[in-house]
Ligand binder design. Sequence first.
Ligand code: SF4
Length: 211
Amino acid sequence: MTKENGEIYDLLDGMHGNADCELDFGTPFELLVAVVLSAQCTDKRVNAVTEKLFKIANTPEQFVAMPTEELEKHIFSCGFYRNKARAIKELSASIIETGGMPQTREELMKLRGVGRKTANVVYAVAYGGNAIAVDTHVFRVANRLGIADAKTPEQVEEQLMSAFDDKLWSHLHHLLIFHGRYVCHSRTPDCGACALRGKCKYYKQNTRSAL
Ligand code: SF4
């Protein structure tokens, strides 16, 4: 890892040292369901939904047994509720078929209804594995800072994994999410409040072009 990237990591950690998963869950399976629900939805909304939902169902068997229409009603407010209900039903059936909740990234990714980002989050947060899940915040902030220069989430993931020590991956992922969520907003990044101005490719380019 370069000295520059170490400094960027430390500055992010200085701003968001408490960055962590903001989804509520009690088991790895609950986290998996919560991550599926969190696509295009706030963690706050997901937590409100799962607080009620997990009292009714929180195992693969219970979700398989639940009628799809009932599941859709519970998760309606998370958006994309039909796709998300289908994914939860599929991953639940898949877990039962494979004999239990997988604990490796590769096995998680083999579950029906589970994509790469979701598998990475569950692997890192529930099992303490080293992984970088690239969501919209991670994608945007990594490219703006210049610690990645990529057109796809997979490329960002690969570049960040090459650029940072593996034991930092999981926390780096949370740092980038927090930075994107609370400072480096999509439309109007709050550069005035950002400790990374001196390191940021986007800031340097936009400051120069404004002169
Ligand atoms: S300086 Fe601005 S664009 Fe760069 S990381 Fe900070 S908030 Fe984002």
